[in-house]
Ligand binder design. Structure first.
Ligand code: SF4
Ligand code: SF4
Length: 350
């Protein structure tokens, strides 16, 4: 029987490499959102919560607890990138081409391919399934990552299709992108979530792999763009609070001063995202020795202090809020407030 053509089949365009589609997100913009995590990022933040999203290339990971030791993956690999040793499957990441043959061959889903190609029509169809939630909560779609601007032509086309269907759209970006990429995407994004991580450019390079001048230029470009455009109409700034890196009074004060001088009339919210280490296992599975592996969460007193420093810079301190889970001190009664437990799920601290 011939498959009936749907409206989605008429959407043509390239495919994008997508790491994950997260439904029911409450932290990536207003309302309930479906967040599409695109692979690829121009930065490589030392604390990145989604290390598997940094490379544009699909990657494989081995999940030890699912492996039955059959060695089918080793036999299937055309690049001879796999070996089965005493400790289990070892991946030579220099050789791996990210083809996914090992994952296809694995009978127990112990080899997983991170990053899947999504044609435009399929992705639009997938996110539109959540329309009822968006309508009830005034939510929508968020393009996140990685950094979605790395796949700008696709992301622009994807958000354009979402807007055409009456869905609210958000771009969540680290800001390290070309002007051309932003110009492609901004007309189709109702809001922008933009990271300002570190004001000192040398420190920015130390922790993220790149200086921050382009990022600062881009946020000012977005501010000016918003003055004359229908979209975006809303801008949130996000700052990850990473112990020993960004979570200093000096850094938060410097970002606050920049916001006060250049952005305060434009932004709706400045969110301070507390560090969490829930991604520890992701680094282990990718064979990366993560420098924040043993870093503790920040205590509530530090988060309050940093938020106060941020508020102290602004004419309207009410736009500052911190999110995430504080450290529970030994002997403290109860645990983190429910609000914070919920937030840690969504706050990607990247
Ligand atoms: S993804 Fe392809 S190249 Fe990489 S280990 Fe698996 S089979 Fe080999
Ligand atoms: S194919 Fe899967 S189950 Fe078999 S050795 Fe490889 S990872 Fe383990």
């Amino acid at each position: 029987m011939t498959k009936m053509k749907t409206v989605y089949d008429t959407i043509t365009g390239p495919a994008a490499t997508v790491l994950n589609i997260q439904r029911m997100s409450t932290e990536d913009g207003p309302g309930i959102r479906t967040t599409v995590f695109f692979k690829g990022c121009g930065l490589a933040c030392s604390w990145c919560h989604n290390p598997e999203s940094i490379s544009l290339k699909p990657q494989v990971q081995w999940l030890e607890n699912r492996c039955i030791g059959c060695r089918s993956c080793v036999a299937a690999c055309p690049e001879e990138a796999l070996a089965f040793e005493a400790a289990g499957v070892v991946i030579d990441r220099e050789r791996c081409a990210g083809c996914g043959a090992c994952a296809d061959a694995c009978p127990s889903t112990a080899m997983e391919l991170l990053g899947k190609k999504w044609p435009l029509g399929d992705l639009v169809r997938e996110v539109e399934k959540d329309r009822a939630y968006f309508e009830q909560s005034r939510g929508g779609i968020t393009a996140s990552g990685g950094d979605p601007t790395v796949q700008a032509p696709f992301v622009a086309a994807f958000l354009r299709e979402c807007v055409a269907r009456g869905l609210h759209t958000a771009l969540d970006t680290c800001g390290y992108s070309s002007r051309q990429s932003l110009e492609m995407i901004l007309p189709h994004a109702d809001m922008v979530l933009f990271d300002l991580k570190i004001m000192d450019s040398a420190a920015h390079r130390r922790w993220t792999g790149a200086p921050n001048e382009r990022i600062l230029e881009n946020i000012l470009f977005i501010r000016d763009y918003m003055k004359n455009a229908v979209r975006p109409s809303s801008l949130w700034i996000r700052t990850p609070l990473i112990p020993g890196a960004t979570a200093t009074i000096e850094n938060v004060t410097a970002i606050g001063s920049f916001i006060a001088e250049h952005l305060e009339e434009t932004i709706e919210r400045w969110e301070l995202c507390s560090f969490n280490n829930l991604c520890r296992d992701k680094y282990r599975r990718l064979g990366i020795d993560w420098e924040f592996r043993d870093a503790p969460l920040l205590p509530r007193s530090s988060l309050d202090e940093l938020a106060d420093a941020a508020r102290g810079q602004l004419a309207d301190p009410s736009i500052v809020q911190w999110t995430g889970a504080p450290r529970v001190e030994k002997g403290a009664e109860g645990g983190p407030e429910k609000r914070h437990l919920r937030l840690v799920k969504g706050c990607t601290t990247c």
